[in-house]
Design a protein around this ligand. Structure first.
Ligand code: NAD
Length: 438
């Protein structure tokens, strides 16, 4: 059984810690936020992620999963230390590695025996060398360590499933010893013959960025196709279906919408593009995906504005969905932020509802009104915008919606409502790339 420390107990660190303890390891999750650790020690889970509550409770009960804020002490008794701190975006688009560097220093100053230091955070290619150099500079001369890059591919909203049953695990290392330690850490996945890719460090770091940027490109591509569909009378759903049935393309990430958001794609595409520039190259396709994404968010607002004849002054707009996607409470870079900003800038009013993200959004927009149900948010609203495809919006009673709205105006940026029903009920509506009179 390996003794594992996970530094950074956020979406990635907490899910990975719980998952690795479920694989039979002895895991302690640590974090700079004492409040977060206290919450966890009191049985409260600070994020919303389906299945995480049960996974944590089960492994805490078995004694394999613990939480602590004493980072320096916990590190001393570890065989493997995972770094899972945030790497947010710097103003120039680069990844901010401050937390990574500070953690690398803390590790090097406190380890007493051989350890494997493993980065799970998404970091630009070359960061492994940087971390190794920081550790080497501060470590006592008689202690050895190995370095591993093990990027994480979990998706918020299905993170537990993705971690326990991954499509693949990428392990970048330079020593056989490090590979064999990781083999024990991920023991059940090796036993179950899950695809596990052994690479060098740079390749592992590259795989993560290349994969995220490719998915972002796919989304921006289908969004541009959807916009063109609107002009030429084609229906993007059928176009995406027809494209996706081609095995070389696949139907995944071909859903048009208000643009991608979240804590990964926006920052990772920018950092990836910057990495290419630093190396004297350009990633023109990634740059285009970023530009298209920014335009798509504005395009959604323009659609709303048009539905109101370009006059949103004092109009009460119900925003349904604040999270960047369903089944998560994460609002980082959510397209709903741009939508709300633009409505407010145009003197409109916002009544918002999200099943779990109201609280988080209230830190960004303390002065809009939040509701505890979509019905309340829509009551006497001048129009409604669907920003997140929560299941409860898919199943919305449109007869009731029409009754409670002041004006039957709907912008469905996720294409989840039946066009036929909207037409039959006399709604004035718009969506993304669909034929309007189905
Ligand atoms: P997060 O913001 O949810 O969590 C980061 C945690 O690190 C926070 O709890 C913070 O308090 C803690 N932290 C910051 N500095 C620290 C320090 N010096 N010492 C100890 N703890 C510290 O971030 P996240 O979403 O979990 O992402 C973490 C990394 O994983 C990022 O690089 C991200 O790009 C990558 N990633 C994220 C996802 C995702 O879906 N969220 C998926 C794959 C990869």
């Amino acid at each position: 059984m390996n003794r594992i420390t996970i530094i950074g107990t956020g979406y990635v660190g907490l899910v990975s810690g719980a998952g690795l303890s479920d694989f039979g390891n002895e895991v302690t999750c640590v974090d700079i936020s004492e409040q977060k650790i206290e919450m966890l020690n009191n049985g409260f889970i600070p994020i919303h992620e389906p299945g995480l509550d049960d996974l944590i409770k089960r492994n805490v009960k078995s004694g394999r999963l613990k939480f602590s804020s004493k980072i320096d002490k916990v590190i001393q008794n570890s065989d493997v230390i995972f770094i899972a701190v945030g790497t947010p975006e710097n103003p120039n688009g680069d990844a901010n590695l401050d937390a990574i560097k500070s953690v690398a220093k803390t590790i090097s100053e406190n380890i007493k025996n051989y350890v494997v230091i493993c980065t799970k955070s998404t970091v630009p290619v070359g960061s492994g060398d940087l971390i190794i150099s920081i550790v080497k500079k501060n470590i006592k001369s008689n202690i050895n360590f190995d370095y591993v890059s093990n990027p994480e591919f979990l998706r918020e909203g299905s993170a537990v499933k993705d971690f326990l049953w991954p499509d693949r695990v990428v392990i970048g290392a330079t020593s056989d010893k490090a590979f064999s330690v990781m083999k024990e850490v991920y023991g059940p996945l090796y036993i179950n013959d899950k695809p596990i890719l052994h690479t060098n460090i740079q390749t592992a770091e590259m795989i993560k960025y290349a994969a995220n940027a490719f998915l972002a490109v796919k989304i921006s591509y289908i969004n541009e196709v959807a916009n063109l569909c609107e002009e030429v009378g084609a229906d993007v759903h059928l176009v995406a279906k027809g494209m996706g049935q081609d095995g070389r393309i696949s139907s995944k990430f071909l859903h048009p919408g208000p643009g991608y958001g979240g804590s990964c794609f926006p920052k990772d595409t920018k950092a990836f593009s910057l990495l290419s520039k630093k190396n004297g190259l350009s990633l023109k396709i990634v740059d285009a995906a970023i530009e298209v994404n920014e335009k798509q968010k504005i395009r959604m607002f323009n659609k709303l504005n048009k539905l109101f004849s370009f006059n949103l002054k004092s109009k009460k707009i119900a925003i349904l969905g604040l999270a960047f996607k369903p089944n998560t409470d994460d609002i980082r870079e959510s397209p709903s932020i741009e939508m709300i900003n633009l409505i407010l800038k145009n003197d409109g009013e916002v009544d918002a509802y999200d099943p779990i993200s109201n609280n988080k959004m209230s830190k960004i927009f303390p002065n809009i009104t939040y509701h505890l149900s979509w019905e309340k948010a829509c009551q006497m609203a001048d129009g409604v915008v669907i920003m997140t495809e929560w299941n409860e919006f898919r199943g919305m009673d449109l007869i009731l919606l029409k009754k409670i709205l002041k004006n039957p105006i709907v912008l469905d940026t996720r294409n989840i409502l039946s066009i036929q029903k909207l037409n039959n009920l006399g709604f004035i509506f718009d969506n993304v790339g669909r034929i309007q009179n189905e």
